[in-house]
Design a protein around this ligand. Structure first.
Ligand code: NAP
Length: 291
């Protein structure tokens, strides 16, 4: 079997087009331009590249970008004060603290300070709790991007065996929760899973998010499976995923490449979350008892 290779760039572009049209409609309707504030602490080159890409994507989508930069020696209190200012700013619909933050800052504690209604990365404890409960809320961008890839490719999730490799708060856990909410039967694997090959071999939908280059071997893939590779591993020969692509593609029905699969979806879903946050904030204000 030769798998269909998912074109993540094309799907992401469609999401971005829908968001741009949604922003235009929102502004025409008097909603005010949605704003996304990014916070970058320090000068890590990879983080700077990510933040710049997010700011560019905002501009293309008609979202106002607020690009906050703090020096690497900024204190926990200084970053916290900026987050509190942005929480209170009505021009800011979404706030993103670029992780990881430099040592000795506590990025998890700082993220938790973001107003959950502006948590466009979906990483605050409130957002994680809402997802765990199956309640509406802002979802982490990479797992939502995976769900969008599965949706546009008509992958049946109801009753499917879904296996997620990796249990981080950023990817693996929210990925498992989203698949569960879509009625898949979910197995969440990690570094202490006893027989990873056997778990993967059961998967109708296999999501790899371990950060281990080509760890998922072709023979572990169930014939006809949908294989989604979240991994991004920089090797001397270039960027590679967690899945050994060629042999896996011979068994899978559907597979994402690296690069050009999941990666482009993350920023697209960030834009979608920012528009969703702007809409929800306005609805919340409109329904507040004192208005
Ligand atoms: P992470 O925080 O390092 O988590 C990795 C997870 O994989 C952990 O739960 C770990 O298990 C598990 N793991 C590690 N080695 C394993 C093994 N040999 N067998 C089974 N499980 C193993 O990484 P992350 O932030 O979730 O990111 C995962 C990958 O996705 C990375 O390559 C990252 O660059 C990529 N990523 C891509 C995007 C994108 O936009 N495409 C976004 C985010 C992340 P334990 O919990 O037991 O340690």
């Amino acid at each position: 079997m030769a798998a269909t290779v998912i074109d993540g760039r094309a799907v992401a572009q469609r999401v971005r087009d829908v968001v741009r049209a949604g922003v235009q409609e929102w502004v025409r309707g008097g909603g005010g331009q949605p704003g996304l504030a990014t916070i970058l602490v320090g000068e890590d080159p990879a983080s700077a590249v990510y933040v710049a890409a997010k700011q560019r994507a905002c501009a293309e989508a008609g979202i106002a970008g607020f690009d906050h930069r703090l020096p690497a020696d900024a204190t926990q209190e200084e970053v916290a004060a900026l987050i509190e200012t942005l929480n209170a700013d009505p021009a800011v619909a979404g706030i993103l603290l670029q992780l990881p933050t430099p040592v000795p800052l506590d990025g998890t504690a700082l993220t938790a300070l973001i107003d959950p209604s502006k948590d466009v990365d979906g990483l605050t404890p409130i957002s994680a709790g809402l997802l765990a409960q199956g309640s509406p809320g802002l979802r982490p961008c990479t797992p939502s991007g995976v769900m969008e890839l599965l949706r546009v490719h008509d992958v049946v999730l109801r009753g499917a065996e879904a296996v997620v490799v990796g249990r981080s708060n950023l990817v693996g856990k929210p990925m498992a929760a989203l698949l569960l909410a879509a009625h898949a039967t979910v197995t969440l694997c990690h570094s202490r899973t006893a027989d990873l090959a056997a778990a993967c071999a059961r998967a109708d939908v296999l999501v790899a998010a371990a950060g281990r280059p080509r760890m998922i071997r072709g023979e572990w893939v169930k014939p006809g499976a949908a294989v989604i590779d979240v991994g991004m591993n920089r090797l001397p020969e270039g960027l590679v995923g967690d899945v050994d692509f060629e042999p896996a593609a011979r068994r899978a029905a559907l597979i994402t490449p690296v690069p050009g699969g999941v990666g482009p979806m993350t920023i697209a879903m960030l834009l979608a979350n920012t528009l969703q946050a702007a809409r929800a904030q306005r609805a919340a204000v409109a329904s507040a008892p004192w208005t």
